[in-house]
Design a binder for this molecule. Structure first.
Ligand SMILES: [Zn+2]
Length: 161
């Protein structure tokens, strides 16, 4: 099943590249080992600002608009999807407890809206403006993206996983 790819879904890629073009630097698919012992792997992580972004697949995370329960093999999918959603909530709580801001976006959210949501969350951390000498690593500025891929070009593959 196509939706089974855990990372590098198209909406996630598009969001990453848009953020990158805006000058934001992040880690993708970066595992956070929280003090609580919980390990969470958000899709996009701003380590200095402590902002964790998830782009949730509508099916896998049971989006209210598109996540209608699969009719086939419901005995299998039902509990599995419920488990996914429960794990999402537990992860959110663990992150928030550890001082992280959590941004969850459905994959169906339009790109510009997704970008706005993430940028708003980043600004809300209070770490704004160009980085000083000791500025946070994920602040826009200093290093500008070298490439400006056009909208019709394939996304740059920055994945190694
Ligand atoms: Zn959806």
């Amino acid at each position: 099943m196509k939706a089974n790819r855990r990372t590098d879904t198209k909406p996630e890629l598009a969001l990453r590249h848009a953020l990158h073009r805006l000058g934001y630097r992040y880690r993708k698919d970066y595992r956070l080992d929280l003090d609580s012992g919980r390990r969470v792997r958000p899709d996009i992580v701003f380590t200095a600002r402590k902002v964790a972004v998830f782009v949730d697949g509508c099916f896998w995370h049971a989006c209210p608009e598109h996540g209608s329960k699969p009719r086939a093999n419901e005995w299998y999918w039902g509990p599995k999807l419920i488990k996914n959603v429960e794990r999402d909530r537990v992860n959110d709580a663990a992150l928030i407890l550890a001082g992280w801001a959590v941004v969850r976006l459905w994959e169906h959210v339009p790109l510009d809206e997704a970008v706005t949501t993430v940028v708003t969350a980043l600004i809300a951390t209070g770490l704004v403006g160009p980085p000083g000498p000791a500025g946070p690593a994920d602040t826009p500025g200093a290093t500008r993206p070298k490439r400006q891929p056009g909208p019709d070009q394939p996304p740059v593959d920055d994945s190694h996983s």
